[in-house]
Design a binder for this molecule. Structure first.
Ligand code: 1PZ
Length: 215
């Protein structure tokens, strides 16, 4: 039943899905990556409707990747590495300006990848913050160090407004539903190295293929 489902929802499980992303030979599995993102969006939605312009964009990108995972080319979309190789070999990516492939897997996943860096920076600030820490300040600092560089003024402004609506640290910890504050801090300490590793593997694949600036 949905109510019980809602209650069990914990950010711990979401962050755990990033654990399953990395295969033994350090391939990043797209299905697990997308599942992790779906959980994050669910968490974001539980924070309130001010964030819906953010979650809509993320949901749209998740959907694009999901469609590739269901398509006849799905074997090529099993990992980030195979996706990059397949799309580049078959010239399915707009490399310098937007054109025939505005929804390539490579450019779509890059947007989520950049947002994962924001998440890493934000959660690290949250983890090391004191009781009087301001989530909105942590959030905008993390944003300015990462995603903001890729967003036009209008998006940066809307994001800044949304950040002001973030609940305080105590409430934020409660919504995460991962136990008492010290348990949340411990959970973040476990999860962050995993997120950071997934981020780094994807970053290396994109850098190696010169894809970090895809339009
Ligand atoms: C907990 C507070 C949540 C703050 C989330 C911080 C990120 C702010 C991002 C605001 C931008 C959203 C509007 C959409 C922008 C899109 O233009 C860009 C570029 O895509 P393109 O236009 O090139 O197709 N989209 C993105 O950068 C992806 C943003 C995904 C953000 C997901 C946040 C998930 C938060 C999880 C919360 C734990």
């Amino acid at each position: 039943e949905p109510a019980a489902e809602e209650q069990r929802f914990s950010l711990r499980e979401v962050l755990d899905t990033f654990r399953s992303c990395l295969s033994e030979n350090r391939e990043v599995l797209v299905a697990d990556y997308v599942a992790g993102w779906r959980g994050l969006v669910r968490f974001l939605n539980s924070l309130g409707s001010v964030f819906s312009f953010i979650s809509k964009d993320a949901t749209n990108k998740i959907q694009i990747l999901d469609n590739f995972l269901q398509s006849e080319n799905r074997v090529h979309y099993a990992s980030v590495q195979s996706m990059v190789q397949f799309e580049l070999e078959n010239e399915l990516v707009d490399l310098t300006k937007r054109g025939k492939f505005p929804e390539s897997g490579c450019r779509t996943l890059l947007r989520l990848h950049r947002a994962l860096r924001w998440l890493e920076l934000f959660l690290e600030r949250l983890r090391t913050s004191g009781e009087d820490g301001k989530t909105s300040a942590m959030c905008s600092e993390a944003y300015n160090e990462s995603l903001a560089q890729h967003h036009p003024w209008i998006v940066r402004t809307a994001a800044g407004v949304a950040f002001c609506a973030l609940p305080g640290r105590a409430t934020f910890f409660e919504v995460m539903n991962a136990g008492a504050p010290d348990q949340v801090v411990a959970m973040l300490g476990d999860a962050l190295p995993l997120i950071s590793e997934v981020y780094q593997v994807v970053e290396d694949v994109y850098a190696h293929n010169d894809l970090l600036q895809l339009p």
